[in-house]
Design a protein around this ligand. Structure first.
Ligand SMILES: N[C@@H](CCC(=O)N[C@@H](CS)C(=O)NCC(=O)O)C(=O)O
Length: 109
């Protein structure tokens, strides 16, 4: 890893924060935790312009929203990956069963 250490803004018992810490641990990425008082989101708002955690800071990049953060971490630290590549048929099935496609289906016979 190069450059400044990453910072992760967090509050206790946040499952959205936990998924980020799991990914960082899995990828063995050093991170500095910034513990935020759940009753005072000032530091989070100041850095990210919104009040939810997790917020990841990497240099001048500030990211909120755990799926976006996970996607970023996957690109920034691809090895080891957090998920295995999904075969196309399985991807289509997952999309149709979660309603994320307007039409189409996939199944195994
Ligand atoms: N879509 C966001 C949701 C973030 C979110 O809801 N964070 C919670 C903690 S898990 C939060 O900060 N809630 C405000 C609060 O607890 O006061 C994400 O996936 O990161």
């Amino acid at each position: 890893m190069t450059g400044a250490r990453l910072r992760l803004y967090r509050i206790p018992f946040s499952t959205n924060v936990e998924r980020i810490t799991l990914a960082l641990t899995h990828k063995d990425v050093e991170v500095e935790y910034v513990d935020v008082d759940p009753d005072d989101r000032g530091p989070v708002v100041e850095i990210s312009g919104q009040e939810l955690v997790p917020v990841l800071v990497d240099g001048d990049l500030v990211l909120s929203d755990s799926p976006a953060i996970l996607e970023y971490l996957e690109e920034r630290f691809p090895d080891p990956p957090c998920s295995r590549p999904t075969p196309p048929a399985a991807r289509s099935y997952a999309a149709s069963s979660t309603g994320s496609t307007r039409s189409g289906s996939a199944r195994r016979t």
